[in-house]
Design a protein around this ligand. Structure first.
Ligand code: AMP
Length: 121
């Protein structure tokens, strides 16, 4: 990646505060600062890729790690009635931070899009 560092690298490096809920060797999970559901956690790989397409092409195992961490977060957060995992990808989806991240949303009945509709929601 040649783009400037994003704030998620600073969170991974502990240079910015975050409410961390889980960590593995390759991933970090922390609460979204502007939650769009009762539970709203972001899962990032510690290595930066711009979006999920770039991650899938470059390192499928790391994508699997992100999804496994999302599932573990759902377990830790008690989302036994279900949850949603969202990767906003590109401008039309409202992606604002270009370090790939999975949104884990739950803790309430979600509509088709839940309360989560992206940056403009
Ligand atoms: P996206 O629109 O998919 O790129 O999502 C970026 C998400 O990062 C948004 O849901 C923001 O609320 C969230 N966010 C931005 N800054 C922070 C921060 N410092 N700590 C936690 N979440 C953040």
């Amino acid at each position: 990646m040649s783009d400037a560092e994003t704030l998620f690298e600073k969170i991974i490096a502990r240079e910015l505060p975050a409410d961390i809920v889980h960590e593995t060797d390759t991933t970090l999970a922390f609460r979204d600062i502007n939650p769009q559901a009762s539970t709203h956690v972001l899962v990032v790989p510690k290595t930066r890729y711009r979006d999920v397409a770039e991650l899938a092409a470059a390192d499928p195992q790391l994508l699997a790690d992100v999804v496994a961490t999302a599932a573990r977060v759902a377990e830790l957060e008690g989302l036994d009635d279900g949850y949603r995992v969202v990767f906003n990808t590109g401008a039309d989806a409202g992606q604002t931070v270009f370090h790939v991240h999975a949104h884990v949303l739950g803790g309430e009945q979600l509509g088709f899009f839940g309360r989560y509709t992206g940056a403009s929601g």
